[in-house]
Design a protein around this ligand. Structure first.
Ligand SMILES: Cc1cc2nc3c(=O)[nH]c(=O)nc-3n(C[C@H](O)[C@H](O)[C@H](O)COP(=O)(O)OP(=O)(O)OC[C@H]3O[C@@H](n4cnc5c(N)ncnc54)[C@H](O)[C@@H]3O)c2cc1C
Length: 469
């Protein structure tokens, strides 16, 4: 059987994927972009086309950065790239045959369900780091970015008393957005710790090379304080309390414990690279200690250890939309060189200023990554009865017991107690499982490995499997 083939297949139409597509198309390469959303934009510019045309008020409220991305999206639409939306990747084989499905987990006849790539760019972005704590599975407790997705997609904003807990710039950004949308924020519980703040200070001078990021952060804090929102720093524990749904949030800071009435608790603990696809393909990964996550090992162009496969954007190391966009262009230039469309000299000339810009944006990252370094308190839930794997309902205690029986890797824990074996394939619990094993065994997390990722990455129907030859 001959599969439809493309020179360059890009997974993800966020800033990184769109930028790569533009550069590749400028040089006449045949490009296909696949994304599970219904339009280009990625996480940051989610739903941008619809908002611009049908909900101009919200489009304005999302700010200047969001609005100015319209041009990037328009250029992407017009560059002659083939794009298939509402397609989720569930398997990629070693020869770069890519299997994808619609949101129902089925094949739909409007596009071929299997395509072949000569070169593959993975630009699938990041995901929110889960923050397991007592009561986090109660209705009324959500991830912060999930609330943001609802706002961007459907204009939904929470009613009643909202509490945010966690740390990181994205939490502040989402809090500001909610404030603009008229949401009643009762409190922001900052779980960052003093040690990280102190350790980040020597990195501040380098960060000042790109003051815009620091200015943005300071102005968000100022805005929230000016609005009179209760902001508590140095919070050490948070519990979501309620019987059928969230009713209260209890937190502790030093010797002080306080309980707040709440209708919605939004949790945020930073974002981490989405490495399911690079893991599936067998790319080498390394442990990034500063932010305590796994990232694919890449060269300066984003090439992974697997031939023909590169990455761009937050699925490599989380560094924001501007770095994602620049990395997309760079990855595409190197692909063009590998395909002999341009010479090495051409590639280097065209990329010089892109590298310079990327380095300038990256200057702030060591400071931010240290300042918002996740602390062990939150990576390893202190209450052993807390659920960690939500799909298979596995608690911290069960993982600790498995470690005591000799399960010294996420995969061994998985085979003993099914942790990470549910529909999300460990995407949500993976990093917490690693941290709990490390805590119980005393071994460093980087020596423990990660879940072996197997297809399907997304739930698919049996009917679809039966149709495959
Ligand atoms: C939920 C969320 C919301 C965020 N909101 C903001 C924000 O408002 N402001 C901000 O500054 N930063 C935000 N960030 C951080 C921001 O996403 C990045 O810094 C930036 O967008 C990264 O760009 P990217 O191109 O690498 O990835 P993304 O923009 O994340 O794009 C990745 C794309 O890949 C697609 N994808 C993922 N997996 C698959 C799959 N298996 N099959 C098919 N398609 C797939 C996704 O649908 C997405 O469109 C957010 C992050 C997350 C996780």
């Amino acid at each position: 059987m001959t599969l439809p083939a493309f020179d360059y297949v890009i997974l993800g139409a966020g800033p990184a994927g769109m930028a790569a597509a533009l550069t590749a198309r400028e040089h006449g390469v045949k490009v296909l972009v696949l994304d599970e959303q219904s339009q280009p934009g990625g996480q940051i510019y989610r739903n941008i086309e619809t908002l611009k045309t049908t909900r101009p008020q919200e489009f304005q409220k999302l700010g200047q950065e969001y609005q100015s991305a319209s041009q990037l999206v328009e250029n992407f639409r017009q560059c002659g790239v083939e794009h298939w939306f509402e397609r989720s990747i569930w398997q990629i084989s070693k020869d770069l045959s890519i299997y994808h499905v619609n949101p129902e987990g089925e094949h739909d006849s409007s596009v071929p369900s299997l395509v072949q790539a000569k070169h593959l760019l993975i630009a699938v972005g990041a995901m929110e780091r889960p923050m397991p704590l007592p009561g986090w599975t109660l209705p009324g407790v959500m991830a912060c970015t999930a609330a943001d997705v609802l706002y961007k997609t459907s204009g939904l904003v929470p009613e009643g008393k909202v509490v945010l807990a966690g740390s990181g710039p994205l939490m502040l950004l989402i809090a500001c957005r909610m404030l603009d949308a008229g949401v009643r924020i009762s409190a922001i519980l900052d779980t960052g710790n003093k040690t990280s703040t102190l350790e980040s200070l020597p990195l501040l001078p380098k960060a000042l090379r790109t003051p815009s990021y620091l200015f943005k952060g300071a102005s968000m804090i100022w805005k929230l304080r000016k609005a009179g929102i209760k902001m508590v720093s140095g919070v050490q524990t948070v519990e979501a309390l309620g019987t059928q749904k969230l009713e209260q949030v209890r937190f502790r800071k030093g010797s002080m414990t306080e309980t707040l009435g709440a209708d919605l608790l939004l949790l945020h603990h930073g974002v981490v690279p989405n490495v399911q696809i690079t893991r599936l393909l067998g790319c080498e990964h390394q442990w990034y200690e500063q932010q305590r996550y796994w990232e694919p090992k890449v060269d300066e162009w984003g090439n992974t250890s697997v031939k023909g496969v590169s990455i761009a954007g937050d699925c490599g190391r989380v560094a924001g939309s501007k770095v994602a966009e620049l990395s997309g262009h760079l990855a595409a230039f190197d692909m063009l060189y590998q395909m002999k469309v341009i010479t090495q000299k051409d590639r280097d000339q065209k990329s010089k200023h892109l590298f310079e810009q990327r380095n300038s944006h990256l200057a702030v990252r060591p400071f931010l990554d240290k300042l918002f370094q996740p602390s062990k308190n939150w990576l390893v839930p202190q209450d052993d009865s807390t659920l960690v794997c939500r799909c298979e309902e596995v608690t911290v205690r069960q993982i600790r017991d498995a470690v005591k029986k000799g399960a010294l890797s996420p995969d061994r824990v998985k085979s003993l107690i099914r942790c990470g074996m549910g529909p999300c394939q460990g995407r949500v619990c993976g990093l917490n499982v690693t941290e709990i094993i490390a805590d119980e065994s005393g071994l460093p997390p980087e020596t423990l490995g990660y879940f072996k990722i197997r297809p399907p990455l997304r739930p698919i129907t049996l009917g679809l499997l039966a149709q495959l030859h």
